[in-house]
Design a protein around this ligand. Structure first.
Ligand SMILES: NC(=O)c1ccc[n+]([C@@H]2O[C@H](COP(=O)([O-])OP(=O)(O)OC[C@H]3O[C@@H](n4cnc5c(N)ncnc54)[C@H](OP(=O)(O)O)[C@@H]3O)[C@@H](O)[C@H]2O)c1
Length: 331
């Protein structure tokens, strides 16, 4: 396992992060702990959960599973989505952030959160309020760093400016959806992260499992897979994933898998590890064998030609104004 700084911070994290979204959902306490133990055994020190994952169970299981090793780990969690029926049990107001942080600390069984992330943009709360509340949590010693997820480019840049002008803490990381089948963040989010020194933590790095090699053109998805159960409005739904372009990506992945002797998932994750701005893709797994497979993404590199083949086949279409600006570059 290799280690990278978490954005523009001095804290080092493993280049693979363990996602805890399946804990308390597809995995019980025992199965989740097995995953965590194996991940730590492989050198991983970075875990990502959220209050909303299984309505708190994921945080509880994660906390219980790491008690003896807590200080060696970098634990990330999130706040924003509803945690109750109350009018203010949602969002990134000062009220909900403060209540959310206390509840997450309790469930995780720890007295600090390493990375506290806003799970998604909230159109109601002024950024000044959110950043002031997050800064207070850092000053109180309850949070070490702050991050964001599912923000657009202008929202990130506005937040960075608000932090600077008010002396608030700045976001060190962005958690966006990023995989060979979802590269739209490259238009705006990757450039702003590179410019601002924000580390990218890709979620859905296998497209919900689509690029793992177990799906085939013309066949129905395996019944017990996440994609088979995803409704059509979900990011990883079969309707969104099973299209001509994505089957071409799978074909190229297959040939690189043969050339390298690595699995589809290992090649797809390795491609992400090589992309500019990426700190740590967040691994999703619902069984130990999947985690084992995915951990094999570390410790080797696909070559430049293979990188280029994958870049070309999965290239997002030109989009104004980015294409216009790229064509107008001088020198
Ligand atoms: N910030 C956000 O909004 C957000 C959103 C989603 C996730 N996340 C974070 O990102 C983490 C990872 O996201 P994700 O779960 O969507 O990642 P993903 O890697 O794209 O999908 C994971 C799923 O793919 C399948 N899979 C994984 N490895 C496999 C392998 N080697 N072979 C075959 N199938 C495999 C499994 O589902 P099946 O076995 O059911 O096919 C697994 O649950 C989450 O745990 C969470 O921490 C954040």
């Amino acid at each position: 396992m290799e280690y990278r700084p978490l954005g523009r911070s001095g804290t080092m994290v493993s280049e693979l992060c363990l996602g805890c979204m399946t804990f308390g959902r597809e995995l019980d306490d025992k199965g989740s702990k097995e995953l965590i133990d194996r991940f730590i055994d492989a050198g991983g020190n970075f875990l990502d959960t959220a209050d909303v994952y299984s309505q708190g169970s994921s945080e509880e299981i994660t906390g219980k599973s790491v008690q003896q090793k807590r200080d060696d780990l970098v634990i990330a969690t999130k706040v924003r989505f509803p945690m109750g029926d109350g009018l203010n049990d949602v969002g990134i107001s000062r009220k909900h952030i403060m209540a959310g942080a206390e509840a997450s600390l309790r469930r995780l069984g720890t007295d600090y959160i390493d990375l506290y992330q806003v799970h998604c943009w909230d159109a109601i709360t002024p950024l000044e309020e959110t950043l002031s509340a997050l800064t207070d949590l850092v000053r109180q010693g309850k949070v070490r760093y702050i991050g964001i997820s599912n923000f657009s480019g202008w929202q990130i840049m506005k937040a960075m400016s608000v932090s600077r002008s008010h002396g608030f803490e700045s976001f060190v990381s962005l958690q966006p959806q990023y995989s060979l089948v979802e590269r739209n963040l490259e238009y705006e989010l990757v450039p702003v992260c590179l410019d601002q020194g924000i580390g990218i933590l890709p979620w859905g790095p296998l497209g919900g499992g689509f690029v793992s090699g177990k799906y085939r053109k013309g066949e129905q998805p395996p019944q017990d897979s996440r994609i088979a159960g995803a409704s059509s409005d979900m990011e990883e739904s079969w309707e969104r994933r099973a299209n001509e372009r994505n089957w071409e990506i799978i074909d190229v992945l297959g040939s690189i898998s043969e050339e390298t002797g690595k699995s589809y998932s290992q090649v797809a994750l390795n491609w992400l590890l090589n992309k500019p701005g990426v700190t740590s893709p967040i691994l999703g797994a619902r069984k130990l064998e999947q985690l084992e497979d995915n951990l094999g993404a570390s410790g080797w590199r696909i070559d430049d030609k293979q990188m280029q083949q994958l870049d070309e086949i999965s290239q997002p279409p030109p989009l104004y104004p980015y294409s216009f600006i790229a064509n107008a570059q001088r020198g």
